[in-house]
Design a protein. Sequence first.
Length: 499
Amino acid sequence: MTHAEILKANGLSQAELTGGTLAVRSPIDGEVVAHVHETDAGDMPAIIAKSQEAFRAWRTVPAPRRGELVRLLGEELRASKEALGALVTLEAGKITSEGLGEVQEMIDICDFAVGLSRQIYGLTIASERPSHRMMETWHPMGPCGIISAFNFPVAVWSWNAALALVCGDPVIWKPSEKTPLTAMASMKIMERALARFGDAPEGLVQLVIGGPAVGEALVASKDVPILSATGSTRMGSIVGPKVAARWGRPILELGGNNAMIVAPSADLDMAVRAIAFSAVGTAGQRCTTLRRLIAHNSVRAELVERLTKAYASLPIGDPRRATTLIGPLVDHASRDRMLAQIEKARAEGGTVHGGQTVTDGVPQGGAYISPALIEMPQQTDTVREETFAPILYVMGYDTLDEALAIQNDVPQGLSSCIFTLNMREAETFLSAAGSDCGIANVNIGPSGAEIGGAFGGEKETGGGRESGSDAWKGYMRRQTNTINYGATLPLAQGVKFDF
Ligand code: UN1
């Protein structure tokens, strides 16, 4: 399909694609595919007020009925999977299978949220007082602002939106300035679900497009009690304190510097496959991308040899082609940053394989690059930084304690994994003294998490949790209730107050 055909298949009209101030480029060939209209920052108070008004109605709709809206969203997404997946490829440069996978992730979270809409449970707690009962009730919080990044332009919105909606919270979405088209297309899908649902309040789901001023309005407003932000640690370090200072609740999903420990007993065939997908998949632009390989010195040389061979065979090019495994980086600035980091690593003693600009056999105008594998003498400052590109640093170790120390000695704490067939090693890695990350896996790579688990990480990753497990609690307020069904008024802790 041509760019124009993909835009049309997603129902985007010429009026929406032209005449605006925000130029949208496809990473595939750098072509400007649209000039979209930006939200006026001056309109933000009215948009937030509308969301508050929607909240007053939506919070009283029974949760299973709220779930029906998300069920319809899931149905509409199924019907639009091919078109939206192709638009993810066009706008974010993901290979076809990953574009479709991203839409599948949206469908999966909708299914999860529909089930959740009938499982918003609180505990019943034994009271210390006679004829008393304690329980907790979960209530909606209010509007949820969602600031998402270019690399998962639609899935991350859906993780937040599907949960927020069943939890009784309206959403206001500010996508990355690099990916407004997939957001606009997702809104159209949402609007079809809303139309079928029938009586949802106006302003329940809103999209705002633009730069920092638009995001800042969401971050600053007391009327947006939940602010979920995905992006760089630098962005989170600004957003987090601002939201906290106005007593809002930030949900932050920031940088990762994810490692794999490869132990002497590891199944190296499996490890090589896992490394290739998690280090170069999505052209190294996942927050869960594998960035550090900590290989036991007995397997390190063999692993590097097998990886350099595997890397050389990975097809780089047009992400729309079925055989391509590595598409373009999002833009040329991103490639420049990658090349600069490679030079820094080289200056710190790194031996570099790959990491070169590719111009043959790829669409002109895109930022195509071969993935880099860099053998490092130790974990240097450059290794401790997250570079959002396919660079994999390789380091050696002798004891598991040493490997764990290297793995944890970075500012970020998102994802991690170990390849081992040794049960003691695997369990130590998952123990309190093991990986310090929000995600820790055994014999699978650090990326490509399912939606059923809580997603997020510690330290500079920001501490937020989204998606599955009980991450929904972050979108609700907990109320503790004590009910006295007796005829006396005993006080807790045996306190007497008789008069
Ligand atoms: C992200 O890169 O921001 O686990 C999210 C994964 C995906 C989500 C990544 N399910 O890699």
